[in-house]
Design a protein around this ligand. Structure first.
Ligand code: DQA
Length: 143
């Protein structure tokens, strides 16, 4: 399977950014764990702090990938643009969060973008991404 992992704003700061909430691993380290866990898949990685770039990537992915695992980060809570992009494409999208957004501040408890996803995985640290890829495998029944 060809899979695209998208990470939203400030996730490039993982390892430094609030490690008590998001863990000590950098984004590169997480991406390497994902790659090593799924050598059977062709996985690409994209991170941006910009909403429009994330939207473009989602729309372009429709022709090139079998599925997307996305952590829209703060955009999860308010980006109707990213939600509309997810709803515009045919391929399955799994939303993931490192932290359990339901245990956090009120303004983080709702995911707008999650409405467009096949499902949302939240609270398992970097393993949320592993579970996200597994969810795509289950979607296609290709374990
Ligand atoms: C996050 C949760 C969001 O509320 C936050 O803005 C992030 C990361 C997570 O992975 O737990 O940047 O998406």
């Amino acid at each position: 399977m060809k899979i695209l992992i998208i990470n939203g704003p400030n996730l490039s700061m993982l390892g430094i950014r609030e490690p008590n909430i998001y863990g000590k691993m950098t984004l590169d380290e997480i991406n390497n764990v994902i790659k090593n866990n799924f050598k059977n898949h062709d996985i690409d990685f994209f991170q941006s702090n910009e909403e429009g770039k994330i939207i473009n990537k989602i729309l372009e992915a429709n022709s090139f990938y079998d599925g997307i695992v996305i952590n829209p980060a703060a955009y999860s809570h308010y980006s109707i643009g990213i939600l509309d992009a997810i709803k515009s494409i045919d391929i399955p999208v799994v939303e993931v969060h490192l932290s359990n957004i339901y245990k956090r501040e009120e303004y983080r408890k709702k995911s707008i973008t999650g409405e467009g996803a096949v499902g949302v995985i939240s609270g398992f640290g970097y393993n949320s991404y592993i579970l996200g890829v597994e969810a795509l495998e289950l979607f296609y029944d290709k374990r």
